[in-house]
Design a protein around this ligand. Structure first.
Ligand SMILES: Cc1ncc(COP(=O)(O)O)c(C=O)c1O
Length: 416
């Protein structure tokens, strides 16, 4: 370990009066069971792998490093499809007046259902992955789709959305500007907005999206059980608006309450709206504006989802921010594994948590965090690789050309 002080920033959230009410209401095992039941009916649906990296775990002297790998989920390259598809399903079920009844995927795609529903235009704003999921779901179910992206969205991400027949519009500004614009235009055009972030008066669909993500945790728990493990001891989850993190953390707190794993929320330092919110005196969601300049495109959000925030502020134990090079390092570790560990394709937003873990365990100045997390040989650390190679140009720049290098003073000393 050298003498340079870490670039990570964090706030410990001691949650002195633990409150599990949102977690239990929104993310109970029953909710997860229903979401998973729906997903299982989608043609081609498969459980994503939970990969073990035993040699990396040995290198860092921990019990296990586990990666839920979403890089190939339904060939969409990210976990996002779980939320989008479930929200679209719930929306249509609702529209058919079958909210409380079972409706199979087959019935939903039947001519009869299509006749009753008519043609619907789904609309959403995205940094790429969510929009791709909604476009996919709309096409599968025979509806139209409009997706707004912000001006910095990578060409490959736009093309991927268009490949599912969606119309894409580029909005000046950042992700939050695209969200704002679509909510206005949708009213004028009578589009059905399927947004992964919530705002005042718009919470039902974002809740369904978060609930759709619980399929992933239900699978993880089954996969852990097959390894003889009850649960991870620590969970590192990346966040943009916080919907994924709330779903993961809510699920574990609904299931294990005070025995839930320690959950760390990880954000880019230039788009750390959840970190800023926990610092706020009343812990209200804080909006940050500006360019939100980060290579972690999926996490470049300036405004927390208020709905997600309710769970996060009560149940996340730590909010952490990282510079971009931490994500790039995580990508390279996944892509060049230790001998015997699996090779994992992970994009910028997918890999930042692994990079963060290495910095936490090895960097000078992170002692407070290490003491708090108490990661040791009995620890089983869970990461979610939330995306595969969703921006191939940038992926190559990082992995092949070494873009976003780790400053020399932060190189990990592997002989420690
Ligand atoms: C790859 C990836 N990981 C993580 C996230 C974060 O999800 P959320 O915005 O729900 O916090 C996103 C969001 O788009 C994403 O695309």
């Amino acid at each position: 370990m050298n003498n340079i002080h870490t670039d990570l920033k964090w706030v410990l959230n001691n949650c002195e009066n633990p409150n599990y009410s949102e977690a239990e209401e929104y993310f109970s095992p029953d909710v997860a069971r229903k979401a998973r039941k729906f997903h299982r009916q989608i043609p081609g649906f498969k459980m994503s792998p939970l990969l073990s990296l035993p040699n990396l775990a040995q290198m860092f002297d921990v019990g296990g490093i586990w990666v839920k790998d979403e890089a190939n989920r339904l060939q969409i390259n990210s976990f996002k499809i779980l939320g989008g598809s479930y929200a679209v399903y719930k929306y249509l079920k609702n529209k058919l007046g079958l909210d409380k009844e079972e409706l199979t995927y087959q019935e939903l795609t039947s001519q009869n259902a299509k006749k009753k529903l008519g043609k619907i235009t789904f609309a959403t704003a995205t940094d790429g992955n969510h929009g791709r999921g909604i476009a996919w779901a709309a096409q599968k179910l025979g509806h139209d789709c409009v997706v707004y992206v912000h001006e910095k969205t990578a060409r490959a991400r736009i093309d991927a959305i268009k490949s599912y027949g969606a119309q894409v519009k580029i909005i000046p500004g950042n992700y939050d500007d695209a969200v704002n614009q679509i909510s206005k235009d949708a009213q004028i055009n009578n589009w059905a907005v399927i947004s992964d972030t919530s705002w005042e008066g718009y919470t039902q669909i974002p809740l369904w999206i978060m609930q759709g993500y619980t399929t992933m945790m239900s699978e993880i728990q089954e996969q852990f059980a097959a390894q003889g493990l009850t649960k991870p001891t620590h969970v590192f989850v990346q966040a943009g608006v916080g919907a994924l993190a709330a779903s993961v953390i809510g699920f574990y707190h609904a299931l294990f309450r005070e025995n839930a794993p320690k959950c760390v929320v990880v954000e880019p330092e230039n788009a750390a709206c959840l970190y800023e919110s926990i610092l706020e005196a009343n812990k209200n969601p804080v909006k940050i504006s500006g360019k939100l300049d980060t290579i972690m495109a999926g996490l470049a959000c300036g405004e927390p989802s208020p709905l997600a925030w309710k769970t996060l502020k009560n149940n996340a134990c730590c909010f952490l921010t990282c510079p971009d090079y931490v994500a790039a390092k995580g990508m390279r570790i996944y892509a060049t594994p230790l001998q015997g560990d699996p090779f994992i394709v992970s994009g910028e937003s997918g890999a930042v948590t692994l990079g963060a873990m290495v910095s936490i365990l090895r960097e000078n100045g992170a002692e407070e965090l290490r003491d708090f997390l108490k990661i040791n040989r009995d620890s089983h650390l869970l990461f979610v690789n939330t995306e595969g190679n969703t921006d191939p140009v940038h992926f190559r720049e990082i992995i092949w050309e070494g873009a976003n290098p780790v400053p020399k003073q932060f190189w990990t000393d592997y002989n420690d």
